[in-house]
Design a protein. Structure first.
Ligand SMILES: Nc1ncnc2c1ncn2[C@@H]1O[C@H](COP(=O)(O)OP(=O)(O)OP(=O)(O)O)[C@@H](O)[C@H]1O
Ligand SMILES: [Mg+2]
Lengths: 588, 381
């Protein structure tokens, strides 16, 4: 064995592996460069999921003929000079690795022009400049990356399906577009424009342009300005829930990041409003001094380390919680002088009341320390046991012969669980999970038998993302099978004409979830996924009060299903404590 | 504060207002009833959870000492409800800071809140105002509100639309997108600017509780984002639902292929029997097929569990194309049938096709209509 130094080309290819994993990584690096060049408009064009071509055009500073070769050299950057700069990064890039890494595995054309400068064009193959010349072009930079991984077939093999790759790119561009509502992003495919954000600095307008009005309308504005930290963004009302974190976006100093810490802070803020596995929509932009955060943790810079984790956590938690708590009082708006006396006591002279101005204080007293003083609302069994007696007896008599149902419902606890005695054991049943299982089995049966759709008197126009409309287009038959009839109106809207009746009122949410699972999983297990999802949407929630009849029916139905111990997601529906275990606890 | 009042009077006031109080404990003041005793105005009670607010007062009270207190709405009204029918003395005990409620020789002491925290009602200058007899409003709401959605991602469908047209015509409209109801009434006010607003169902239910069948007037005012219902010594304020109600005129069909007049009573009882066929409300909608031919209307319901019911109503008057077949949600049909069965002999149904909305009216009255959209089943196309 002999040890050799690798040649440059090979080094670049290996390094490329870290930076350029897939087409989406190319898009990411090019967009970041455009942002660093202070572009106001950025246009991203993709063809064949980026495998054929990725083009990013900006109207930023541009490069001169001398700078272009440097830009493609490893560790050549204009963004940092010395080590200190590393601890105070204000640009997206700083390593000087992206362009050489991309160039190493593709063919590139670059057009660039500086203010008052002369336009330059260059062509690169496998990392080497093969031609460079003056060429008139508008101010800014346009980079076209073709045939990615053409010289590293092994990498190409590891790519997912074009559908999956283009989803990645879409999500990525969305993330960057939302991270900078002050910049106009245009995202286009071969033939169509997916979206175009206005770049007016308003996050709502950017969300509207990308996802449409129905997505936007249940979102509320979040804002907090502190001395060093500030938070701004949109979060969903607690009624809205997703089954994954896809719609939770965080930006730290404008950089899209993933952070377990921030996920946790969000979950904590929604605690009690959503249950596990239900996720809100969150788009949050955190600004803090650059030295408070380290971005040099991960080669793709998507992970960050905060200098003071606890502080960031508390802040995000507190700001979200405060806004969520305030929601309760939003209804009536601002208080002004009480004028009701003007017409309330019609027969009497109206006396002038003092200008009683009631303005609700912004900060509620118990919010000072949210982690500790939130009142635990523990409630005991909701209904008196005596009240349910007759019903129980009725159930008993009717069911006496049936062995499966020799149970006794004891009541509902915390508006979440049903207590039950059976086989000398105490059962605690999760009402949501149990109902999900029951509904799922019923849907399965029903869908096999017949297909009924309720036509709508008011066709519901749904504002969707271009991506979602594409999915509808591709799956029209399948959707019809499920009872949905839609007409596509434009690249980002569709009209729902028929839908299964039992999802009335949640048509939009159900559609969104169906489209998401269609997009992700393709055909496989789709039917099942959709049934699970609809069951979840329709099932009683934690917090719903149940009557004895409802509890009885649910329990009875539950025991009749094949897999009654688990909900369709795989969570347990029940927990059993045997007599022996109880005796042990009480040391009998 | 001290006053003496008949239990009946007191109970009337508390039952009216207590439901406006919040049942969440997050802000104690919002779960309270504000009680004001004034020699000049009598006894006034106010409660609001900031979505809805109710204020009502009585003069049939003997005010001994003026004052204001805030008490928990639930405790207070539950307690008052159970008092014996006799005069009740209520006074604020300044030493214990409790509200003493004395009836006969017994006394209850109830904790009070700091009344400074109660926001009062957010009533501002009214923008628009209409007035109509209570009995009209009551009928209009009863016949429409049931068709609104309980929850819907398009908020407007969870409310009842009040649409005031140029000529002073008031249209009350509700829909859950599967059916639509519309009630019309000619207002007395002249020269109104057209305007409209959407009232949440919860508010409708509350206002229905206080409306009676009298000719006595109730007025409805709107402010920027609230509606105020008002009659002497009673006031209900509620938030409005924001958003634009879709243009419902397009939903009401205008051209028809088949038309039928059915005996209202027979129609209702046939549907009631059909309704017995079991179906789990949450997932499986009970459906009924209507088949029209010759002089017969046939109603068919089927259930795997129970079997089949076929009801034939003879001697119906069918005009236009027949035979004709259509499938509806049984509940939607039954709800409207019950309304018509209570007021006339016949029900008129006009169909514009098996997969198009149908219009149901009482042929003797023209101020109300019901639009229902059929189900699309695997057999219907
Ligand atoms: N769109 C652009 N407009 C103007 N200058 C650019 C553009 N793209 C790249 N450059 C220049 O080329 C240099 C190299 O870019 P490259 O992306 O390789 O490295 P970087 O952005 O400095 O760091 P990183 O590897 O972390 O992205 C940049 O420092 C910048 O000066
Ligand atoms: Mg870069």
């Amino acid at each position: 064995m002999s040890i050799r130094l690798l040649d440059d080309e090979l080094i670049n290819k290996i390094a490329a592996g870290e930076v350029v994993e897939r087409p989406a990584s190319v898009v990411k690096e090019l967009v970041e460069n455009a942002l660093d060049a202070e572009a106001r408009h950025i246009t991203i064009t993709i063809s064949q999921a980026g495998l054929e071509k990725i083009e990013v055009e900006d109207d930023g500073q541009g490069m001169s003929r001398e700078e272009i070769p440097l830009a493609f050299m490893r560790h050549a950057t204009s963004k940092i000079k010395e080590e200190e700069d590393l601890y105070c990064i204000t640009t997206m890039g700083f390593r000087g690795e992206a362009l050489p890494s991309i160039a190493a595995v593709s063919r590139i054309d670059i057009y660039s022009c500086q203010e008052e400068g002369e336009g330059v064009w260059a062509h690169l193959e496998g990392g080497k400049i093969t031609s460079i010349d003056y060429h008139p072009c508008p101010k800014g930079t346009r980079i076209i990356v073709r045939d990615i991984f053409y010289n590293t077939p092994a990498r190409r093999k590891f790519l997912k399906s074009p559908v999956a790759e283009s989803s990645h790119i879409f999500e990525l561009v969305v993330k960057y577009a939302l991270s900078r509502p002050d910049i106009a992003f245009t995202y286009r495919g071969d033939k169509k424009i997916y979206f175009k954000t206005p770049g007016n600095g308003n996050l709502r307008d950017a969300v509207l342009a990308i996802y449409g009005r129905d997505f936007l309308s249940p979102l509320i504005d979040i804002e907090y300005k502190g001395e060093n930290y500030s938070i701004k963004g949109l979060i969903s009302r607690p009624e809205v829930k997703r089954n994954n974190r896809k719609n939770q976006l965080f930006f730290v100093n404008n950089r899209p990041v993933r952070s377990q810490l921030l996920y946790k802070a969000v979950d904590e803020a929604y605690k009690g409003l959503l249950v596990t596995r239900e996720y809100p929509v969150v788009i949050l932009s955190l600004l803090m001094p650059p030295y408070e955060v380290d971005v040099n943790v991960h080669p793709q810079k998507t992970e960050v380390r905060f200098r003071d984790d606890g502080k960031v956590f508390r802040l995000v938690y507190q700001v979200l919680r405060e806004h969520l708590d305030n929601l309760e009082y939003q209804g009536i708006g601002e208080w002004t002088k009480n004028k009701e006396d003007l017409f309330f006591y019609p027969e009497k002279e109206k006396e002038k009341k003092e200008p009683g101005v009631y303005i609700r204080e912004k900060k509620l007293p118990w919010m000072e320390d949210p982690l500790f003083s939130r009142e635990e609302k523990s409630q005991s069994v909701n209904q008196p046991l005596a009240g349910g007696k007759e019903v129980l007896e009725l159930v008993f008599n009717r069911q006496a012969a049936d062995k499966e149902s020799d149970y006794k419902i004891l009541g509902q606890v915390l508006k979440k669980y049903i207590l039950l005695e059976r086989d000398n054991s105490l059962y605690i049943i999760d009402q949501h999970a149990a109902h999900e299982r029951v509904l799922y089995e019923q849907f399965k049966k029903q869908y096999r038998q017949e297909k009924t759709g309720q036509m709508l008197a008011f066709p519901l126009s749904l504002q969707l993302s271009a991506k979602q409309v594409e999915v509808i287009e591709k799956n029209a038959d399948l959707l019809k099978d499920l009872g949905f009839e839609l007409d596509i109106i434009s690249y980002n809207s569709a009209v729902l004409r028929t839908a299964p009746s039992f999802i009335q009122g949640s048509e939009f949410q159900v559609m969104e979830e169906i489209l998401a699972s269609l997009e992700e999983k393709g055909e496989a297990d789709l039917y099942d996924n959709i049934l699970v999802m609809m069951a979840c949407q329709k099932a009683v929630k934690a917090g719903d009060m149940l009557t004895w009849m409802e509890m009885d029916k649910m329990v009875k139905d539950l025991w009749e299903t094949d897999n009654f111990r688990y909900c369709p997601h795989g969570r347990p529906t029940m927990f059993k404590i045997t007599e022996e275990e109880l005796n042990n606890i009480f040391k009998r | 504060m001290k006053f003496i009042i008949e239990k009946g009077q007191l109970s009337t006031l508390t039952t009216l207002v207590h439901r406006a109080a919040s049942n969440k404990a997050t802000i104690p003041a919002l779960s309270g009833i504000l009680i004001e005793a004034s020699r000049e105005k009598g006894l006034t009670m106010t409660a609001t959870d900031m979505e809805i607010g109710i204020k009502t007062s009585t003069e049939q009270v003997d005010i001994i000492e003026e004052g204001t207190v805030l008490v928990n709405a639930q405790y207070f009204s539950d307690f008052i409800k159970l008092l014996p029918d006799s005069p009740v003395t209520i006074s604020l005990n300044h030493e214990t800071s409790k509200l003493d409620i004395t009836y006969g020789r017994s006394t209850g002491h109830i904790n009070i809140y700091d009344n400074q925290e109660h926001p009062g009602l957010p009533v501002k200058e009214a923008l628009e105002k209409i007035t109509l007899p209570q009995k009209v409003l009551r009928e209009g709401l009863k016949k429409t509100a049931f068709a609104a959605a309980h929850n819907h991602f398009r908020q407007v469908f969870t409310g009842v639309l009040f649409d005031i047209l140029e000529d002073g015509m008031l249209k009350i409209v509700a829909s859950d997108t599967h059916r639509l109801t519309q009630y019309t009434y000619m207002l007395e006010e002249k020269g109104l600017e057209p305007f409209n607003f959407i009232i949440p169902i919860r508010t409708i239910n509350e206002i229905l509780r206080v409306l009676d069948d009298s000719e006595e007037k109730i007025s409805i005012c709107t402010t920027e984002n609230h509606v105020v219902f008002q009659k002497p010594r009673f006031l209900l304020v509620s938030r409005l639902i924001e958003g634009q109600y879709p243009s419902y005129d397009n939903v009401i069909p205008g051209t028809f292929k088949t038309e039928v007049d059915i005996d209202a009573y027979k129609f209702t009882t046939a549907l009631e029997r059909a309704r017995i066929v079991p179906a789990d409300e949450r997932i499986k909608i009970p459906q009924i097929q209507i088949y029209l031919e010759g002089q017969e209307a046939v109603f068919k319901t089927y259930s795997e569990m129970m079997g089949e019911i076929i009801e034939v109503i003879e001697g119906v008057d069918i005009k236009g194309e027949s035979p004709f077949k259509i499938v509806f949600n049984t509940n939607y049909l039954l709800e409207i049938a019950r309304i018509y069965a209570g007021e006339g002999e016949k029900v008129n149904i006009k169909f514009s096709g098996s997969l198009s909305p149908a219009l149901i009216t009482n042929p003797e009255r023209d101020n109300y209509l019901y639009v229902i959209v059929p189900l699309r089943t695997s057999t219907s196309n």
